[in-house]
Design a protein around this ligand. Structure first.
Ligand SMILES: [Zn+2]
Length: 329
């Protein structure tokens, strides 16, 4: 499939951190000298030594921009418009509770500001990404209040995986679902299959961000396939954070062959420098997925999107029309 078709194909994106998607041009506008050059980590061969190194770079940039609901709105508008350009009709994105806590920002105001940036013809589901220790005596109350936030669609847990899964998580997630929110969790990036199974069993999630290390255990892959647990995979992120040593060794194809539903995503494009089209291109060229496998990824994405059945049918129809028009089915 040509890069143009990969770009134009109607698709969903499920694993995208809003702060980590800030357009680099916004930073340049703030400080033209400091951000004159493109960051070294956009280089294809760049590898982060550790996850905390990555986190430091990310926070050093996002902390400069995300200081008000207005700035969240402006960034979200640019991120959504750009995703739309890359064929994204349905997007799940998260804002980090740590950024809101650090900036003293109101969750309700920021969520409303982000949601008001959604362009016509696109659906955006907004998640609150909480660090493993993000629900604490300082911020627990604000997170409890967020359960009633109408513009917040769900929660995600992220951060350095060797950290414990906080005691707060299982109970909060249960109550979040009772409040009509969707729940997901980062796992299987730095910690192995056991942590993925723990996240699914203890938190009751059916969506894992990354999860690629499930490939190390046939039992875990079966557990995920049987439980219809979806993995929102980010190939370039996995390479640059050394979760996987090369695209050739990336387990996406094996995970799909084991019957696990997967999606392809960018994670933090401000840091990893990839577009969604590049992610799909690498999946095809370097990881050897066929056109059919690429189409399966995209179709499965619409199948698991958090939309009405009517909307789902409309997405799948739009995809079928595109495939037909381009003789891809
Ligand atoms: Zn992530």
């Amino acid at each position: 499939m040509t890069r143009e078709l990969l770009k134009e194909m109607p698709k969903g994106e499920f694993h995208l951190h809003l702060e980590g998607s800030l357009p680099y041009s916004f930073l340049r506008e703030l400080d033209p000298v400091k951000f004159a050059e493109l960051p070294p980590f956009w280089n294809r061969d760049y590898r982060f030594a550790t996850f905390p190194d990555f986190d430091r770079e990310l926070l050093a940039m996002t902390g400069l921009w995300f200081t008000s609901p207005e700035r969240y709105h402006k960034a979200a508008k640019a991120v959504f418009d750009d995703a739309r350009e890359q064929g994204v009709l349905y997007l799940e994105t998260s804002i980090a509770s740590g950024c809101l806590e650090f900036g003293g920002l109101d969750i309700f105001e920021v969520c409303a500001a982000v949601k008001s940036a959604v362009p016509e013809g696109m659906t955006v589901k907004l998640f609150m990404g909480i660090h493993h220790s993000g629900y604490n005596e300082n911020y627990g109350k604000a997170l409890e209040e967020s359960l009633t936030c109408p513009n917040l669609d769900g929660y995600d847990i992220h951060g350095n995986e060797p950290d414990y899964l906080g005691d707060w998580a299982a109970d909060f997630y249960m109550r979040a679902r009772e409040a009509g929110k969707f729940t997901k969790c980062h796992a299987g990036e730095f910690m192995g299959p056991e942590f993925i199974e723990r996240a699914v069993s203890e938190l009751g999630v059916t969506r894992i961000e990354h999860g690629v290390r499930a490939v190390e255990s046939g039992e875990t892959m079966k557990f995920l396939a049987d439980g219809k647990v979806v993995l929102d995979v980010c190939p370039v992120s996995n390479i640059k954070l050394k979760v996987v040593s090369s695209f050739k060794e990336h387990p996406l194809k094996k995970l799909m062959a084991a019957g696990i539903i997967c999606t392809v995503n960018r994670d933090d494009p401000l840091i990893f420098g990839s577009t969604l089209e590049e992610e799909y291109h690498l999946v095809q060229e370097e990881m050897g997925l066929t056109d059919k496998e690429i189409i399966d990824l995209v179709r499965n994405g619409f199948r698991i999107a958090l939309v009405s059945e009517e909307q789902r049918r409309a997405y799948l129809k739009e995809l079928d029309l595109f495939l037909e028009k381009n003789s891809l089915n």
